[in-house]
Design a protein around this ligand. Structure first.
Ligand code: HPA
Ligand code: ZN
Length: 352
């Protein structure tokens, strides 16, 4: 339903879905629906069916997830492949009223596969331009893969700096958080920041509170990808709140990678175990994100639907949606424009 057809008598959830949203933690490579993977495989001369992709995606632990991620990214071989995926991602975003997204690209994986990062990125930028003129504002994060080490991360940072004026806003790091310590990457982050890039780190997803602390204190992360391990350390929670360091929370991802269960020391976890409400009440800036929506069978709209099940009230959910714009790596004037648009729409939909 288009938002212009909505009235104040419509359900709260329907009106909430019509609000402009920001998505701060999504990997382009994780947005490939099974049908897209099948299409890419076909172009590459391989017969694959959607159920095989779905089975590959149905992971329950972190290593299986990383394997599935490695597998699916192997179908991204040429700029044209990235073009297809970027178009479909943009369509999905606009369909959910996402107006702003910081999208992560696994530049570390591109380099490992000896791809031309600049050629891929330029093709992606061209592919998304028509969607940007329809109201989707995108910025890009180049992610290194932690287990590939500091030299490979430095190459990613170098590419990110080179493409800074073409829309790369941050340097980040994902992959296996337990593989290498933050200290190895300090110089790479300092180089990226000295050249105008913002600092992001996946931390406290499967690693413990120290991993988050090191991301903050050694790598000077400005936002943390996941950070759920902070729930075990009240001092760390206080530090995040005090320094206004946001956590990009991806609830379904944390269930599907087994990250939450691992922190609880159990075989399984459920939504009611998630620390998001505790983070919220501790005053830590939060955003809700999808991480790898196609792989986890989710969407930004579905992640927001989960917040009520987690016990948050409607105004609290509104403040999380609005807060994502606050955490965005945007100049203050652009941030204010998004806030104003959010507020105006919320008012028009009687959501305030
Ligand atoms: N964590 C680590 N590596 C990743 C992730 C993640 O959430 N998503 C894609 N690569
Ligand atoms: Zn991620």
């Amino acid at each position: 339903m288009s938002s212009s057809q909505l009235f104040s008598g419509d359900s709260w959830a329907a009106r909430f879905r019509a609000l402009p949203k920001a998505e701060l933690h999504v990997h382009l490579e994780g947005t490939m629906e099974p049908a897209t993977v099948v299409a890419l495989a076909k172009n590459q001369g391989e017969t694959l069916d959607e159920s095989t992709v779905a089975t590959r995606y149905a992971t329950r632990d972190f290593n299986a997830f990383l394997e599935a991620y490695k597998w699916v990214t192997s179908y991204l071989r040429a700029p044209a492949d990235y073009v297809l995926v970027a178009r479909r991602m943009s369509e999905q975003m606009l369909a959910q009223n996402v107006v702003y997204a910081e999208v992560t690209l696994s530049a570390g994986v591109m380099l490992l596969r000896k791809q031309d990062v600049e050629a891929n990125f330029c093709a992606i930028r061209e592919a998304v331009a028509p969607y940007e003129s329809r109201g989707l504002h995108l910025q890009w994060i180049f992610d290194a893969v932690r287990q590939f080490g500091a030299a490979a991360a430095r190459e990613v940072a170098r590419c990110a700096v080179k493409l800074r004026d073409a829309g790369v806003v941050a340097f980040g790091m994902g992959g296996d958080e337990l593989a290498r310590p933050a200290s190895e990457f300090r110089k790479v982050y300092d180089y990226a920041a000295a050249n105008g890039l913002r600092r992001l780190v996946h931390a406290g997803e499967i690693g413990g509170p120290d991993s988050v602390r090191h991301a903050v204190e050694i790598l000077r992360a400005e936002r943390i990808g996941h950070g759920i391990a902070a729930a075990a350390d009240p001092n760390l929670m206080a530090l995040l709140a005090e320094r206004f360091i946001g956590l990009e929370i991806c609830p379904t991802s944390n269930l599907r990678t087994g990250a939450l269960a691992q922190h609880l020391g159990r075989a399984n976890a459920s939504l009611s175990d998630h620390p998001l409400p505790r983070f919220f009440h501790a005053g830590i800036p939060l955003s809700v994100s999808t991480d790898d929506p196609a792989m986890f069978g989710t969407s930004l709209a579905s992640e927001f639907d989960l917040l009520e099940q987690m016990g948050l009230g409607k105004q609290q959910i509104m403040s999380i949606a609005e807060g994502a714009f606050h955490g965005a790596f945007l100049p203050a004037s652009e941030q204010s424009a998004f806030f104003e648009a959010f507020r105006a729409k919320a008012e028009a939909l009687s959501l305030l």
